[in-house]
Design a protein around this ligand. Structure first.
Ligand code: ARG
Ligand code: ZN
Length: 897
């Protein structure tokens, strides 16, 4: 069917009565209420006629009865956001429909009465992308129009069964726009037709042979530059790869292209999964609510996760680009070919795809470094979420706004659950399960239970107890007790979680001989399936030190049953553990003990000596070329992670205590730190700039040394020395990584360092030359600084001409960064009030972002009484706000409970 049958006309607005009714009260949706649709749209044609200030969307929906429906209703509910979509015309099989008899309208929906089999429903709607500040649906960003439809953006484009279990072929998607202003016209799949319309406008028609849910729909219309490459798949098919961005950023696209090709190869090698279209397009947009979106054949990326070159991106930015490019590519199978039946199953695609991108990054770089980075992230973000009012199982039971459930829990904890399958079933077993999953479910919309069944059936392993991970919220705690007698070591593990029944937890354990440090028992996976279980290791030649939860084999908190960490054992493991992750972990635990001692009373000599030994050994380790591992072993646990370990958080006390340990170690090792710093400087000088594991590691280690050295700033003399060092680091920076490290140190300097600070900030701003991503760094480094008047500075920056609430990245870079600063928790509560005021404005513009940022206020129960009460009062003010978005309402009301 040609797109030409779709022509647009008409002026009366059919749904204006619904749109002007008062906004509907928030509704909670429950997983248990899932019901299949009585009818399915099996095919759709669309026409977008884009004009300045108005876009007309005409669709044809081909409707058939749904065979798997066995309920009573014969009606089909189409979702449509009447605050965004004006309904202009509606006809069925060529006949105009009558409201009341043929269909009814209600807020958010249009109910079509009893459509016959083979019905073709035609709709014409008008939307205004230029006014769409929510960035959901079709919106305008700079020189382009683009769409974001996950989770429920398609209903902001047209009326449609906007749920993932309606998979349809988007057969003809025709885009029409001004040719000069918008030369590029993209949609999912392959382009089948294009040409001029006369009158200065042009069109392109796209088709996507793979049935897909509406959340994977995408079109982009704009003035864009691009790079092109090809990839030949394992079966010998040539695929065209294109990455688009605004022309001035095209030189920053090469790393993304490289990462895309690596992802395609990796998925073939590891999972036998091949790309299935002839074209793969990626588009970079500046204003984007999330990281990126896996639309079939047409990924859309937040510029922050696709643009990278050495002068504007840090090493971590490069790592993220690689990871997110991989993530979206891997969705083509885990998400697109096999999708979710309903949104409660989100972790089916997100947990699995995060796991896949982590494995990919681990293979491309270093497995151990990757694991450390991911666990650091999990603890700081997910553990915290799971301990607060937004705590939910990876498969939630209800939501008001689904966008609030794109969480660290669904994503990162979800990935840990997938990792546990692999740990329990082995890499080969896991692969068998994946193969069976695709064999059974390719082309359909399924549930987490279907995934578990595939894993279990493919391997013959009973996973019924493991299934509890899907329904249990909170971070489980595993405690351990040990006993050694006559060559037998007994490890007793006890679990505690929010589940009444015990979880099935894989605990990887290795034993090291206490005398020799040799591995007495290599890593073994213990199946902890009872509340308390004893594991015996016999025939040992001498006492051992256990290394438990190797590679962080389960997302739990591991604690000694006695409540007291055995510091001697930790020091031993920090020096000798053969498991890279646990070696790092042991050092972190020593630092943690020391920081809490500093907070509650004074550091003890014993703990300090252990920490000092571990720190000194790492710093002077000249054997290891694993510089990133050395760097991470020197970094103290973050304030967020530390806060997770206590019942009542006093953020300022934690900040001070951590600072005290940092400064003491810095003074103790000032000479060695400077030696290492100089050595690395010399080693890097004259060598070509590279973004590989070794170069990244060297920069990382050198920047850690810089940070410690710059923390010595008591006397004016010391302030001068620190400022000079940081300034020379800044001036000689080989790329953005070093620049950011230097400016990060300088931004917190005062006294004798103040002028260097101001100078560097000014230079950085000038050098940015308007580059959006660099300016984001400039804002966030200042918002994260450790200075007494930080709130005033942030308030001033909010008035800066480059600041805007409309761009989510910019908003996060200043406001989001400030909410992470200790200064946010300043005793008067001025920081909380400042955030609340911003949220009041932001919620009118972009509810997804306002509700995200409100996350910083809902943790009030974790803080001391005084702070907690002020935070709560600010939350209450938000709750009383009218109007308030569903998104923010959900977060705020959960926060107040
Ligand atoms: N599926 C996207 C991903 O790759 C996330 C998009 C979510 N967007 C949203 N507005 N909730 O993870
Ligand atoms: Zn994803």
């Amino acid at each position: 069917r040609g797109g030409s049958t779709l022509s647009s006309a008409t002026t009366t607005v059919l749904n204006s009565a619904v749109a002007s009714e008062e906004t509907a009260a928030p509704v909670e949706i429950f997983r248990k209420d899932y019901e299949p649709l009585p009818h399915l749209v099996e095919k759709i044609n669309m026409l977008f006629s884009i004009e300045e200030g108005k876009t007309i969307v005409t669709t044809e929906l081909f409707i058939e009865p749904n065979e798997s429906y066995n309920g009573k209703s014969r009606d089909l509910t189409l979702d449509g956001d009447e605050t965004c979509v004006k309904l202009l015309a509606l006809s069925l099989n060529g006949k105009d429909l009558e409201e009341g008899t043929d269909y009814t309208l209600a807020p958010g929906k249009l109910i079509l009465k009893n459509p016959p089999a083979g019905a073709v429903l035609k709709t014409v709607v008008e939307i205004v992308p230029e006014d769409n500040t929510q960035l959901s649906g079709l919106y305008k960003d700079g020189p382009m129009y683009c769409t974001q439809c996950e989770a429920m953006g398609f209903r902001r484009i047209t009326y449609y069964p906007d749920r993932p279990d309606n998979m349809a072929v988007f057969e003809n998607v025709r885009l029409e726009a001004d040719k000069e202003a918008y030369p590029v016209l993209l949609a999912n799949g392959n382009m089948i037709d294009s040409g001029d319309l006369g009158d200065g406008r042009h069109y392109a028609t796209w088709t996507d042979p793979y049935p897909k849910p509406s959340y994977l729909f995408c079109c982009v219309v704009g003035d864009l530059g691009k790079i092109h490459d090809t990839y030949t798949t394992m079966s010998g098919r040539k695929v065209d790869l294109q990455v688009f961005s605004e022309s001035h950023n095209v030189h920053k696209l090469d790393y993304a292209m490289e990462s895309l090709k690596n992802s395609m190869k990796w998925d073939e090698d590891r999972f036998g999964l091949e790309y299935d279209l002839d074209l793969y397009n990626i588009v970079a947009v500046d204003s984007f609510n999330m990281g990126a979106m896996e639309n079939k054949g047409l990924n859309v990326f937040n510029t922050a996760y696709v643009l990278a070159d050495k002068d504007t991106a840090t090493d971590s930015d490069f790592e993220r680009v690689e990871g997110v490019i991989g993530h979206e590519y891997f969705h083509n199978w885990t998400g697109n070919r096999v999708t979710c039946r309903d949104w409660f199953q989100l972790t089916l695609k997100e947990g699995l795809t995060v796991f896949r991108d982590q494995e990919f990054s681990g293979d491309m770089n270093s497995k151990a470094v990757n694991r450390i980075e991911n666990v650091r992230g999990l603890r700081a973000g997910q553990f915290r979420e799971d301990a607060g009012p937004m705590s939910h199982p990876i498969r939630p039971d209800s939501y008001i706004s689904m966008d609030n459930f794109y969480t660290a829990t669904v994503y990162s904890k979800g990935a840990e659950i997938i990792r546990m399958y692999q740990t329990l079933l082995s890499v080969e077993g896991f692969r068998k399960g994946m193969d069976l999953y695709f064999e059974r479910h390719d082309g359909s919309a399924v549930t987490c239970d279907d995934f578990l069944s595939a894993m279990s059936d493919a391997t013959g392993v009973d996973l019924s107890q493991f299934a509890l991970w899907y329904s249990t919220n909170g971070t489980p705690v595993v405690t351990y007790d040990t006993k050694y007698e006559d060559g037998t070591f007994v490890l007793t593990l006890t679990q505690k979680s929010n589940s009444d029944k015990p979880l099935h937890i894989p605990i990887s354990v290795g034993l090291l001989n206490k005398e020799t440090g040799e591995e007495a028992v290599a890593t073994k996976v213990l199946d902890l399936k009872e509340m308390t279980q004893e594991f015996k290791f016999e025939g040992l030649k001498g006492d051992v030190v256990p290394s438990i939860l190797r590679e962080f084999s389960a997302p739990v908190k591991l604690l000694p049953a006695s409540g007291e960490e055995d510091e001697e054992a930790l020091a031993f493991l920090a020096a000798r553990d053969t498991d890279g992750f646990n070696k790092w972990e042991a050092g972190q635990k020593l630092f943690t003990s020391l920081i809490f001692q500093a907070k509650d009373a004074e550091m003890t000599d014993k703990t300090y000596d252990f920490a000092k030994e571990a720190f000194g050994r790492t710093l002077t380790d000249k054997e290891s070329k694993d510089y990133s591992i050395l760097a991470y072993a020197l970094i103290l646990p973050s304030e967020g992670t530390l806060g997770e370990l206590v019942d009542v958080v006093d953020p300022i006390a934690i900040h001070k205590a951590r600072g005290a340990v940092k400064k003491r170690l810095a003074r103790e090792f000032a000479t060695e730190l400077k030696e290492r710093y100089d050595e690395l400087t010399a080693a890097m000088e004259g060598s070509e700039f590279k973004v590989d594991a070794e170069s990244i590691g060297m920069r990382r280690l050198r920047n850690v040394c810089l940070e410690y050295l710059c923390s010595i700033r008591e006397t004016p003399e010391e302030q001068k020395t620190a400022a000079e060092l940081a300034m020379s680091h800044f001036k000689k920076a080989s790329g953005m990584t070093d620049k950011v490290a230097a400016l990060g140190a300088l931004a917190s300097m005062d006294g004798e360092g103040a002028s260097a600070r101001d100078e560097a900030l000014e230079t950085f701003y000038k050098d940015a030359d308007g580059d959006a991503l660099v300016l984001n760094k400039w804002f966030s480094l200042q918002a994260m600084a450790d200075l007494p008047d930080i709130l005033d500075r942030v308030k001033k920056l909010k008035e800066h001409p480059d600041f805007t609430l409309k761009n989510p990245n910019r908003c996060r870079s200043l406001i989001g960064a400030f909410a992470m600063n200790t200064a946010f928790h300043e005793e008067s509560g001025a920081g909380y009030a400042f955030l609340r005021e911003i949220l009041e404005d932001l919620d009118q513009l972009n509810p997804q972002i306002s509700s995200r940022m409100a996350g910083s206020l809902i943790q009030w129960k974790k803080y001391d009484e005084k702070r907690g009460q002020i935070m709560k009062a600010e939350l209450q003010k938000l709750a009383d706000m009218k109007p308030i978005s569903d998104d923010l309402f959900e977060i705020v009301s959960r926060g107040l409970k």
